[in-house]
Design a protein around this ligand. Structure first.
Ligand code: BT5
Length: 277
């Protein structure tokens, strides 16, 4: 990786430390190990970036394909000044940060790309997944309380030319969508600038109201019919209409009788009625 671009994240004050590796198991796991093994609070925020992951993780024990040289596999470690129940909002902020970084890169380089957010943690282009986000909380007991660290893991398929069979029909890359190789360092920089600015504002406001409208403008299935998959009960087997997120990051849906419910991230996932998204 070319550090000229990414090092500006340090000189511009967005990061305290940038750790770049050729090969790791998982950048989220590395960040977690750092927090758990440090006797004092590490310098923050830190970014862990790997050229390749051998044990990239998705949610719920799923795996994340992270081949060498073609993607962005990174974890942003911070200790935001927010209560633990607001932490799922970091995924919402990261999804918007990636979407904006990709959209702006596209305009800057004259590439046509329209990334959309699939709530809560995917970015999708032309119906296929280009980015996944895994936000994890690590709570370390300290006298009388806890230090809550947040690890925001972001995987973006950048210059991938082909995918393994198991995900070939649902994954895509920036290269496959535009026919051009993208500069990973520029995407890393822009994403982290957006993300850190959003987190600072979130710490001040304790609400996602400041990005709500913009986020919803990128949301897949807004005002369209969706089905809520999985879990318990209350939500299954009905067709809902997606109304976008509220100021907590929950997805608002209305049922055919016009009743509105707020779906919290992690409880259910949303599928459009036709196809993957
Ligand atoms: C995610 O999980 O989408 C979160 C992915 C987070 C990856 C980053 S990379 C840096 C950091 N370090 C880590 O170890 N992880 C984070 P989920 O919503 O559970 O989606 C996982 C599913 O996406 C898998 O079961 C596959 O179906 C699919 N998948 C796996 N690899 C993919 C890829 N490269 N591109 C698109 N889809 C993929």
């Amino acid at each position: 990786m070319n550090r000229n671009i990414t090092d500006t994240l340090i000189s511009d004050g967005y990061l305290s430390k940038l750790n770049i590796f050729d090969e790791v198991g998982s950048t989220n796991a590395l960040a977690k190990e750092l927090v758990q093994s440090s006797e004092t609070i590490p310098v923050l925020p830190q970014l862990f970036v790997a050229d390749m992951q051998t044990a990239g993780r998705g949610r719920l024990g799923r795996s994340w394909t992270s081949p060498a040289g073609t993607g962005i596999w990174m974890s942003y470690l911070s200790k935001p000044d927010i209560s633990p129940d607001l932490i799922s909002g970091i995924t919402i902020l990261a999804a918007l940060a990636v979407t904006k970084a990709l959209t702006e890169y596209g305009s800057r380089h004259d590439l046509s790309i329209s990334p959309m957010i699939k709530w809560p943690n995917d970015i999708v282009v032309n119906g296929k997944k280009i980015c996944g986000i895994l936000t994890e909380l690590v709570s370390i007991p300290n006298p009388g309380s806890y230090d809550n660290y947040v690890i925001c893991g972001i995987g973006i398929n950048v210059n991938t030319e082909s995918f393994p069979e198991d995900i070939a029909d649902k994954a895509t890359s920036l290269y496959l969508e535009t026919g051009k190789m993208w500069i990973r360092e520029e995407i890393i920089r822009d994403t982290i600038v957006f993300l850190s600015e959003y987190i600072s504002e979130y710490e001040k406001q304790n609400s996602l109201e400041f990005i709500r409208e913009e986020y919803n403008s990128y949301l897949i299935s807004l005002n369209q019919e969706v089905r809520l998959i999985d879990n318990s009960s209350d939500f299954s087997d009905k067709i809902y209409t997606s109304k976008g997120i509220d100021a907590t990051g929950a997805l608002l849906v209305t049922d055919p009788d016009g009743n509105t419910s707020a779906v919290r991230s992690g409880e259910v996932s949303v599928r459009g009625l036709y196809g993957y998204t």
